[in-house]
Design a protein around this ligand. Structure first.
Ligand code: AMP
Ligand code: MN
Ligand code: MN
Ligand code: MN
Length: 275
């Protein structure tokens, strides 16, 4: 059982890498990819993890943009010591830091206080993301929960939705390819694209060297899974699956808790050397 999309405290997840591995193993996951946003931080310490019951696949989730939209690309089975990938990740981190300062300015201008010290403290050495600002807004009582924080302040088109200058689709895909990894388009059902636009995105992703697409994601309805599976097959893309787990929460699927890949899909792991 493969879960190839999850987050730890190295980005915006709430469980430490150790807790994540334990929970995944308890849920019957045999192969887990911890794919934190724009960081390889978790892999620098992964030799300290107890992996008796689980095989870790080195991965990450890179932020990019396409047609003015934020798009995510998951890199799987990467070589974390690859210099191109490491330099790329460092530049993405710089973008995250710059963006965090801008978000803090926007929120301060709305009378929501100086969030930067608190989000820095929350993120610690991890990559700062909008979920940290969401937590700040909940803590200060500005909103009732993090979904509201996104709806009011951080989501698409809201004041805290700052366009970071992420690397291009071609560039992030190159980093993954150069590190020997497999580039997978993350949660394609999530971008609110028309079918025509989605196909255009996937064509460009493939031309850039993209190899796979997330066909199954936690809490995804059957119709979406079938729609993406058909696109994956028509466009000869490998199929990935993952929970995109961030925290134990009843409204989100747990590690390993999602439907299996449709039988006509070619799983992304068929070309890997793990067993
Ligand atoms: P960032 O990486 O800073 O752009 O933030 C994106 C992250 O915010 C995603 O990976 C999700 O974890 C989280 N997120 C995005 N939209 C929402 C939402 N509407 N409610 C709660 N969390 C969200
Ligand atoms: Mn996230
Ligand atoms: Mn994502
Ligand atoms: Mn994710």
């Amino acid at each position: 059982m493969y879960d190839l999309h999850s987050h730890s405290t190295h980005s915006d997840g709430e469980l430490s890498p150790g807790e994540l591995c334990d929970r995944a193993a308890r849920n019957g996951v045999s192969h887990l990819a911890i794919t934190d946003h724009d960081t390889l931080g978790v892999h620098a310490m992964s030799n300290e993890l107890d992996t008796t019951d689980i095989t870790l696949i080195a991965g990450l989730e890179l932020s990019t943009q396409w047609g003015g939209r934020g798009i995510h690309v998951v890199g799987l089975d990467v070589d974390v010591s690859n210099v191109s990938l490491q330099l790329g990740v460092a530049s993405q981190q710089e973008q995250r830091t710059l963006r965090a300062v801008k978000i803090a300015h926007r929120l301060a201008a709305l009378g929501l206080g100086d969030s930067l010290p608190r989000v820095r403290e929350m993120a610690a050495s991890a990559a700062i993301g909008r979920p940290h600002f969401a937590r700040y807004l909940v803590e200060t009582g500005a909103v009732g929960n993090s979904a509201q924080a996104f709806k009011k302040y951080l989501g698409n088109g809201k004041p805290g939705d700052i366009r970071a200058d992420w690397a291009s689709l071609q560039t992030v895909t190159n980093w993954i390819a150069e590190s020997g990894g497999t580039a997978v388009l993350a949660h394609p059902g999530h971008y609110r694209l028309t079918r025509t636009k989605l196909i255009a995105l996937i064509e460009e992703f493939k031309e850039a060297g993209g190899k796979g697409i997330e066909v199954v994601r936690g809490n995804q309805d059957r119709a979406t899974t079938q729609r993406i599976a058909r696109i994956a097959n028509d466009m000869e893309l490998l199929a990935s699956c993952g929970s995109d787990f961030h925290r134990p929460h009843r409204s989100w699927s747990d590690l390993g808790r999602f439907s299996p890949l449709p039988p006509d899909c070619v799983p992304v792991w068929t070309e890997w050397q793990h067993n």
